[in-house]
Design a protein around this ligand. Structure first.
Ligand code: BES
Ligand code: ZN
Length: 455
């Protein structure tokens, strides 16, 4: 075992160099022009797994971007782990705000800056290094390992659910392991036990059949942009509560014990406010900010289009406009059911004579991982060994759609052992990964496989 950790230390620089190679591939899943890069990235990963000693690897096509699959099943009698990660990354705009180009990784002050460095290529690569350390130093792994790296997480994992249904046997395992979350704060190792779900909708509004001169026709037609504004403003009240009837019906209330546990984390609200660059924190009244971000559902508008966006003025009543809206969900809300409630409410809010089209973009259900599961306790020990202190138990406001699918389709819990930091700027310009966490994360992954062998 110690030789494994010595190997990890001895290969520290090589790990960073290879991660840089991985990060150079612009695997932006949402961009149709990058589909060749997506394929190249999947091939790179599969090849790299082969280099680590995985004899069975495959790049498997789906209806969308390919899945990278692999397995090492040489530990009969030991548990089987399903390691999941995503090799796709978010778009890079606004490009001009990056200090160094997003796909030319650069190390500054102990951080590696590049798109995907923290979310999630750096965290995938920790596991690849940890697996390689065992295979090279001992010729085997402490547990059986199956690998599922997908290329569509950032766009809702649309083709992954049918893939999992079809490949049930090749993915069968006792527990899933995912490193795609962040620590509570720098220097505070964390174990995440909850993720929010998501219901992402698109709203489109059409009025007159073509754009109209607002002088000639103003007074004769409803304005689609105002109709859209009416709909959007009817989704939330002034106290930050979502006003869709039935929205809260299946929300699992926060227990007093959970509220006490959240409070005991002494979350730095003012630090968050400064990091965000806002005058005040705002959200549903009656809850602390941690409660609102981790355990309460929310609604946000992500984009609006329609009408005149250029410089100066143009007097027009636009024919068509739209918006992207999503709701973060908590247990036990069902994403599909919430989508229906949203659509019905938007219809009620839509003024007469305006055509409304509401479509479902993607969705995922929230998850809570049972903290008393042996795999979670094993992860807690592994984190402590790697980072020198027991992890705090946290929830996360973001979503990882497949985690709910693992539970629903494969009946499997997921260990969420991520080592990102809250200020890694995931999805934003100048995304970075703290190299100390990368290195500690490789040790953590190695301890984790050993701890899971004895669970
Ligand atoms: N790695 C994130 C999930 C996450 C977010 C972890 C914030 C920790 C902090 C993941 O890649 C992600 O961004 N997921 C999307 C999923 C969506 C597109 C279905 C999200 O949460 O928006
Ligand atoms: Zn991610």
């Amino acid at each position: 075992m110690s030789s494994v950790h010595e190997w990890i230390d001895a290969n520290r620089d090589r790990a960073v160099e290879e991660l840089i190679e991985f990060l150079r591939i612009p695997s932006i899943s949402t961009d149709p022009e990058r589909s060749d890069d997506m394929r190249r990235c999947a091939d790179w990963l599969a090849r790299r797994l082969g280099g680590a000693g995985f004899t069975r690897t495959e790049v498997i096509p789906t209806g969308g971007h390919p899945v990278v699959w692999g397995e090492w099943m040489g530990a009969p009698g030991k548990p089987t782990i399903l390691l999941y990660g995503h090799y796709d990354v978010q778009p890079v705009d606004p490009l001009e705000l990056w200090e160094t180009p997003p796909f030319e990784p650069s190390v500054r002050d102990g951080n590696l800056f590049a798109r995907g460095s923290s979310d999630d290529k750096g965290q995938i690569f920790m596991h690849v290094m940890a697996l390689e350390s065992y295979l090279r130093q001992t010729g085997r792994l402490p547990v059986n390992v199956r690998i599922l790296f997908e290329g569509e997480e950032e766009i809702g994992s649309e083709h992954l659910t049918p893939f999992i249904r079809k490949q049930r046997e090749r993915l069968a395992a006792d527990v899933a392991v995912v490193s795609d979350t962040a620590m509570f704060a720098k220097g505070i190792p964390s174990l995440t036990y909850g993720l929010r779900g998501l219901c992402y909708m698109q709203v489109e509004v059409t009025g007159p059949r073509r754009d109209l001169h607002s002088g000639s026709y103003g007074g004769a037609s409803r304005n689609p942009l105002l109709a859209l504004a009416t709909i959007l403003s009817g989704l939330q009240d002034r106290d930050g509560r979502v006003t869709i009837p039935g929205f809260y019906d299946s929300v699992r209330p926060l227990l007093d014990e959970e509220r006490r546990e959240f409070a005991s984390l002494n979350f730095d609200e003012d630090g968050l406010r400064k990091e965000m660059g806002v005058e005040e924190l705002w959200g549903e009244s009656g809850y602390t900010v941690l409660e609102r971000m981790w355990a309460r559902p929310t609604l946000d508008v992500h984009g609006l289009w329609g009408g005149f966006q250029g410089a100066g003025a143009k007097t027009v009543i636009p024919s068509h406009c739209g918006a992207k809206v999503s709701m973060r969900l908590v247990p036990d809300q069902d994403s599909a059911a919430i989508g229906k409630l949203f659509t019905e409410h938007a219809r009620r809010l839509c003024p007469p004579g305006i055509q409304l089209q509401v479509s479902d973009v993607h969705g995922a259900n929230a998850v809570i991982v049972p903290l008393d599961h042996p795999a979670i306790r094993a992860a807690s020990r592994a984190i402590e060994k790697a980072f020198g202190r027991a992890p705090v138990k946290i929830r996360e406001g973001g979503s990882i759609p497949v985690v709910g699918t693992f539970k629903e389709l494969l009946g499997m819990p997921t260990v969420l052992a991520g080592v990102g930091l809250p200020d890694d700027a995931a999805h934003a310009p100048n995304e970075k990964f703290h190299l100390e966490n990368f290195h500690g994360g490789i040790h953590m992954a190695a301890y984790l496989y050993e701890e899971l062998a004895g669970m």
